[in-house]
Ligand binder design. Structure first.
Ligand code: ADP
Ligand code: MG
Length: 238
């Protein structure tokens, strides 16, 4: 677990300003959900925390350390993508351990981490299968498993359930809530789904065109949205 602090963080791609003066504190073990319309900068924010994008100005601290001074692998962050991004030719076990094998972790440690992640995600019977032999929900569990084996301090989820049908989404949402309790990790989660945001979040961050409109606990936003835009996202009748 780790805390993450963004101060006056801004990001431009060339002449296009995508994020403006973002100030946000994420506490250790907190579950923070970003919501906002398509193109408002949610994925860019996650990618910046993960170290996949550079900051244009401002600061990002992870556990008090300036992230600019850390390589992506040193940040203790791990990201789950909407598209799963599994290797089709590898088994579930190979997919889950790929990063650890590349990092030349000792085999016994890899085996122990794989067993633990497979147990947590109930993937034990599927370890020898290939991605094409899995359902959508199972594939997403493998993508999450690939994060868990790295034992990250901060999990980053970019719309992880948006490719799943409704019933599976509900089931995976419950699993992610359980993971958060079991792993005691900090989680930063992007979604379009209001129910996901309301049920998973300790804190919801509403973004609009690269700026924070409001930050608060789900019920705070629900009962006291700062404006109509926030009300529209959180579904309050106000
Ligand atoms: P969201 O995830 O909220 O839909 P993104 O963070 O993906 O939004 O994108 C925010 C804005 O930044 C969009 O206008 C998008 O076109 C732009 N953008 C994202 N990545 C790049 C890039 N690599 N180069 C140029 N523009 C980008
Ligand atoms: Mg996105």
């Amino acid at each position: 677990m780790a805390d993450v602090t963004l101060s006056q963080l801004a990001k431009s791609f060339g002449t296009v300003d995508v994020l403006h003066g973002i100030d946000l504190s994420i506490a250790s073990r907190e579950f923070v959900v970003f919501v906002g319309p398509s193109g408002c900068g949610k994925s860019t924010l996650l990618r910046i925390i993960a170290g996949l994008e550079e900051i244009s100005s401002g600061d990002l601290l992870i556990d008090g350390v300036r992230a600019n001074d850390l390589q992506p692998v040193e940040r203790g962050t791990s990201m789950v993508f909407q598209s799963y991004a599994l290797y089709p030719h590898m088994t579930v076990a190979e997919n889950m351990t790929f990063g650890l094998r590349m990092a030349k972790m000792p085999k016994a440690d890899i085996a122990r981490r794989l067993a633990e992640a497979a147990r947590i995600l109930q993937l034990e019977p599927l370890l020898d299968r290939r991605p094409r032999q899995l359902s959508g929900g199972q594939r997403q569990r493998v993508a999450i498993g690939r994060c868990i084996v790295r034992d990250p301090k901060v999990f980053l989820f970019d719309e992880p359930l948006s490719n799943l049908d409704t019933a599976l989404r509900v089931q995976m949402r419950i699993e992610i809530a359980r993971l958060h309790r079991e792993l005691n990790a900090t989680m930063v989660y992007v979604t379009h789904d209001q129910v996901e945001a309301m049920t998973l979040a300790d804190k919801i961050v509403v973004l609009r065109a690269g700026r924070i409109e409001q930050v608060g606990a789900p019920l705070e936003l629900y009962h006291a949205p700062a404006n109509k835009f926030v009300a529209g996202f959180i579904g309050s009748p106000a």
